[in-house]
Design a protein around this ligand. Structure first.
Ligand code: WQD
Length: 339
């Protein structure tokens, strides 16, 4: 298929582009480079051994989106573009609604107008907020506790209503748990902007000596070691799920949502231990106040994706942390190579 991939130079988008190219799809990428660099294109093409098309485009520009679809001749869309930090969204909600919801409205309208009827949407486990039952499955009530999570719910509702009124549309929303790690080639990975919001990039910068200590947001949660629990899943496993998702939307009409996780939860302190093993570096930390918007414990029941996509997360925590560290040293902290 000829697949439009929004946010193609971002963390998940770039890894998914490689997997799509590897199975023979053609990738037309768009990005506004607000959270990534055009240089990622070369890394994608080198990792896949095939070229992509790449256009700089802000999806909030409706005319530009329509012009893209006028010429695009797309068979499907995978929509990654958006802001993705829980903490940041608490401070900047308007930015999140503009970039995550406003852009998606333009994309949905253009896809429907041009009869691009297969859409995969990058959603998030943050739609579940603080779930009462664990593990979380797709019947778990949606109850986001952050603006970020609420924008993901808004876009899912947009696509669900679109499918309800247009029976030929097919949209699969993939609710990622916590993607970490990097492509084993060492060519692709997460490139944080400024101070990392997410745990793994911050831990890796401490391991590389770029930061002195990790702040652990809360040590008084109702968990075994008092720190939050998440379902960390390798970014390449997440990327491979999108290949399966394209096959799914090629055969199944209507709106659906599936969890992408391992089904296992790990605490912040367990992640620190796994990173100490993978990096063979000390990782000093201090426990500080909780971060607003954080869920205490969340991990997936991935049965739907296991069965209906034929997808299963394969990498373990050590592999995830080791792959993340390889990219960190090769690209972000070369000085950490020597020591
Ligand atoms: C993980 C844990 C923090 C930083 C992410 C993505 C979001 C979505 C879900 C895909 C939390 C703690 C963090 C730090 C810390 N995925 N932490 N010190 O908030 O679960 O959300 O996964 O869409 O995109 O943002 O991930 O990595 O920010 O936090 O103690 O310096 O690590 O409190 O418990 P989160 P995270």
């Amino acid at each position: 298929m000829r697949v439009l991939v929004t946010g193609v130079t971002g963390y998940i988008g770039s890894h998914a582009a490689v997997e799509l190219l590897d199975v023979g799809h053609d990738v037309v990428g768009v990005d506004d480079f607000s959270a990534s660099s055009p240089s990622v294109r070369a890394a994608i093409e080198r990792a896949a051994g095939r070229p992509i098309e790449l256009h700089e485009l802000d999806l909030r520009n409706r005319a530009a989106v329509n012009c893209l679809f006028d010429k695009g001749n797309f068979d499907a869309v995978i929509h990654f573009a958006g802001r993705k930090f829980v903490g940041e969204s608490m401070d900047r909600p308007v930015r999140y609604y503009s970039r995550n919801v406003g852009a998606s409205i333009n994309l949905a309208a253009a896809a429907q107008r041009h009869r691009v009827e297969k859409i995969v949407f990058s959603s998030s486990c943050t739609v579940y907020g603080n779930p009462a039952q664990l593990p979380v499955n797709e019947a778990t009530p949606v109850a986001p506790v952050s603006p970020y999570g609420r924008t993901k719910v808004a876009v899912e509702d947009l696509f669900s209503d679109l499918c309800a009124t247009d029976p030929n549309m097919s949209v699969l929303s993939l609710r990622y748990f916590n993607p970490i790690g990097a492509h084993p080639s060492g060519l692709l990975g997460e490139v944080p902007q400024g101070t990392p919001n997410n745990l793994l990039p911050y831990v890796m910068q401490v391991a590389a000596g770029q930061r002195s200590t990790l702040s652990v947001f809360g040590g008084d949660y109702d968990t075994a070691d008092g720190t939050c629990i998440r379902d960390y899943v390798h970014v390449v496993d997440i990327a491979k799920a999108h290949v399966r998702a394209l096959d799914y939307v090629d055969h199944v009409r209507g709106f659906d949502a599936m969890n992408l996780g391992t089904g296992r939860g790990s605490s912040v302190l367990e992640i620190i231990t796994a990173c100490r093993i993978a990096t063979r570096r000390d990782i000093p930390y201090q426990i500080v106040d909780r971060r607003a918007g954080d869920a205490a414990v969340i991990f997936a029941d991935p049965t739907r994706a296991n069965i209906d996509l034929g997808w299963r997360a394969e990498a373990n925590l050590t592999q995830m942390c080791f792959d993340h560290w390889r990219f960190e040293r090769a690209h972000l902290a070369p000085e950490a190579q020597a020591s």
